[in-house]
Structures are given as C-alpha cells and as structure tokens.
Design a protein around this ligand. Structure first.
Ligand code: NAP
Length: 248
C-alpha cells in the first residue's frame, strides 16, 4: 500500500490524455490535490475533472503551451497562486515529429526540443523556489527508452529525451540535500495516441524485440510515477525503466 498524499499538491503537464491522464488519476486516488495542464485537449481535461471529483479529490485544469517559457512558468505560478504550494511536479507533456535527418526541418527539431526538453527546464526552475523554501519536492520527468539508445528517424525526439535524463541527474545533485528528489521514468513503447502514429509493420518489428512481447499500458507507467511521488524518498537522480525488459 502506497503512502497517502492527502496534504500534497501535484502538477501534471499534458495530464488530460494518454500517460498523463493515468498519472493524474493515480495521484488523485492517493488523495493529491491536482493541477492538470493541457494544451489543446480541453474536452478531455473537463471530463478528467469530473472523474477526479468522483474519486473525491480536487482538480484545477490549466491551459498552457509548455514549450513557451512564459506559459510554462506562468503555469507553475498559477498552481502556487491557487494552492499555495507545489509538492509533486510531473513533466509528462511530449510530442514526436519523426523524420530521418535528410528530411528533418529546423521547425521539426525546435518544436520537439522546446516541447519535450526546454519545458522541463522552465517548469523545474519555476517550481524550485517554493520547494526549496518548504524543503520538500518530488519531481518526475517522463523520458523514453529512445533517449537511452536512440532510434531510426527520431534524432530530435531522442535528443530531447536523452537531454531530460542528463538534466535530471544534474538537477538532482543540486537539490538532494534539500529533500527534493528528481528522477526520470523511461517508458518503452506504451499504448497511447503517440504509439498509434507508428506504422503497423514497424510496430510488429518493435514488438518482437520486447521480451514481454507486449506494449506497456499507460497505467503501468503511471504507477511507477506515483511510487516515486509517494514512497521514493531515498531515490534521486535515477532513470527508471518501465519497458517490458527491453534493457536489462
Ligand atoms: N507512448 C509511448 O510509447 C511513449 C514511450 C516513451 C515515452 N513516452 C512519453 O510519455 C509522455 C506522454 O506521452 P503519451 O504517449 O501519453 O502521448 P500522447 O497520448 O500523444 O499525449 C501527449 C500529451 O502531451 C501534451 N502536450 C503536447 N505538447 C504540449 C505542449 N506544448 N504543452 C502542453 N502539453 C502538451 C498533450 O496535451 P494536449 O492533448 O492538450 O495537446 C497530451 O496530453 C511523453 O513525454 C512521451 O514522449 C511515450
């Protein structure tokens, strides 16, 4: 049984659908007061609020594009203004724009780096002053196994996700003495809209390389996140693989 998080406040970026939605729901089940960010999925965000109310928790939804520094920092500020504290920050928002380097444009590169990597710097730097003041914080950044090994046609995405791991390890060293932990979760391929963009023949190839012979479920990623938030008190600077055994 995980430790309850009734007096804690969590922000989940891109938390209205996919893996982020499952993270939001799992945190709500532990009693966390939530701020859920979305960029464009307003209907999903509204329905999530209702689901979270049914669970018996509180949820504020905040529209913001975390690839933009003012909006990402403004998002954290809105959570602090509303709840007065931020204990758990989950950087989940992410996109892919897959192309081989021959075809990749500067926009493809910048959109992915701004959304997946720069956003993490923006939100973490905005959240740290409150966490440092309160000597408590749990930051969980969603990376990817692609950030560890690279992948054909994903140089922009791999760079963003590898960058998250390096950022996590560095930032974790700076604030470990302040009871603030920062970890990265590296999911393998997980059944969300993001995976459905991968062509069927490539999915089959990927599947054959996964020892567990199946893709991950969003909730399996979410449960690793909430473990870190609730009971990962002595775990920091780690990249935790949730990937069906792709790397052992
Ligand atoms: N699925 C996989 O196989 C897999 C594997 C490894 C890692 N991951 C990582 O897991 C995380 C979640 O992915 P997913 O599979 O759940 O993808 P998804 O279903 O495509 O959802 C992506 C989420 O990111 C949000 N988002 C994208 N750009 C944003 C922005 N600029 N500002 C705010 N939110 C933004 C989206 O919000 P809106 O809908 O509101 O735009 C959505 O909630 C990502 O970081 C992804 O890289 C996924």
């Amino acid at each position: 049984m995980l430790t309850r998080l009734d007096d804690k406040v969590a922000l989940v970026t891109g938390g209205a659908r996919g893996i982020g939605r499952e993270i939001s729901l799992e945190l709500a089940r532990l009693g966390t007061k939530l701020a859920v960010n979305y960029r464009s999925s307003s209907a999903e965000a509204e329905s999530l609020v209702e689901e979270i109310k049914q669970i018996g928790s509180e949820c504020q939804i905040i529209q913001a594009d975390v690839s933009k520094k003012d909006q990402a920092r403004g998002l954290v500020q809105q959570v602090l203004d509303h709840y007065g504290q931020l204990d758990i920050l989950v950087n989940n928002a992410g996109i892919t724009k897959d192309k081989t380097l021959k075809k990749l444009t500067d926009d493809d590169w910048e959109d992915v780096i701004n959304t997946n990597l720069n956003s993490v710097y923006y939100t973490v730097s905005a959240a740290l002053p409150n966490m440092l003041e309160r000597q408590h914080g749990r930051i969980i950044n969603i990376s990817s196994f692609v950030g560890q090994a690279g992948n054909f046609g994903q140089s922009n995405y791999a760079a963003s996700k590898g960058g998250i791991i390096a950022f996590t390890k560095s930032a974790a060293q700076e604030v470990a003495k302040n009871n603030i932990t920062i970890n990265a979760i590296a999911p393998g391929f997980t059944e969300t809209d993001m995976l459905s963009q991968v062509p069927e023949n490539i999915r089959e190839q990927i599947l054959s390389k996964i020892p567990m012979r199946r893709f991950g479920k969003p909730n399996e990623i979410a449960r690793a996140v909430v473990f870190l938030a609730a009971d990962g008190d002595y775990i920091t600077g780690q990249q935790i693989n949730v990937n069906g055994g792709v790397y052992m």
